[in-house]
Design a binder for this molecule. Structure first.
Ligand code: 6PG
Length: 230
């Protein structure tokens, strides 16, 4: 199987994909890296396994690639997902936790996150992938895809949950030293093919996101990789 400007790891099943990502997260935490987490339903298992592999994240910094504009206690919060599946399972919390303030007005939360991130290079950026090819909260043909200056912006959700978002922008995502896509399930197979094997296309936002001077890795289960041809 081939991918454009990205390395592929295809695993038998979802649990194996989670284990692969957990190992990368644990290694990054041990190294005191700046790690950006993703939200959604896919990464939770990887976070649980990462906490089991490495319970001491005291040297690491944790960021988010995007956030839903809801309070951290809301079940839709990406911070809340990480708190439940990763942070609360650690023996030593990350030394630096950079939460996107979902409870604030989106533009204000985005502006302050932009300032907080500016000057930092992400060592590991974890991204999921929507069935429409969105990454973080950069949705198909959305204005944020052409952003060149800001690192974080407010965004309108085009898929459930339909709450306003704050998302890192393509320049912020591309500056990561290592981008890791974690994608599983048959329902993502078409998006995976567009993102990894298709041309850069704003209709498929993930196709626009590769590490500018670092490495891009896609960890997929067989089902998500099923539309990738040799
Ligand atoms: C979010 C995520 C988003 C997610 C994809 C895939 O805030 O929802 O950052 O980009 O990674 O929507 O979500 P699933 O893992 O639920 O399929």
């Amino acid at each position: 199987m081939r991918a454009r400007d990205a390395e592929l790891i295809v695993t038998d099943d979802e649990e194996s994909a989670a284990k692969q990502v957990a190992e990368l997260l644990a290694e990054a935490a041990r190294a005191g890296s700046e790690i950006a987490l993703t939200g959604g339903s896919t990464p939770g298992r990887a976070y649980e396994l990462a906490a089991d592999l490495e319970p001491d994240w005291s040297g690491a910094g944790v960021w988010w690639g995007d956030e839903r504009c809801v309070p951290p206690e809301d079940e839709r919060s990406n911070f809340g997902l990480a708190r439940r599946t990763l942070l609360n399972r650690l023996e030593a919390h990350p030394g630096r936790v950079h939460r996107i303030r979902g409870e604030d007005e989106p533009a204000a939360a985005a502006a302050s996150y932009d300032q907080e991130l500016r000057g930092t290079t992400l060592d590991l950026l974890l991204l999921g992938l929507g069935p429409d090819g969105h990454v973080a909260s950069l949705f198909p043909n959305s204005p944020g895809l052409t952003e060149t200056e800001r690192l974080a912006i407010p965004a309108e959700a085009k898929l459930d949950p339909f709450v306003e978002r704050v998302t890192l922008t393509p320049p912020a995502l591309r500056s990561a030293r290592r981008i890791v896509f974690l994608v599983t399930g048959e329902q993502k197979a078409e998006a995976v093919a567009g993102v990894l094997a298709g041309p850069p296309d704003p209709a498929v936002p993930g196709s626009l996101i590769r590490a500018e001077s670092g490495e891009t890795l896609a960890i997929l289960d067989q089902k998500a990789a099923s539309r990738l041809r040799d």
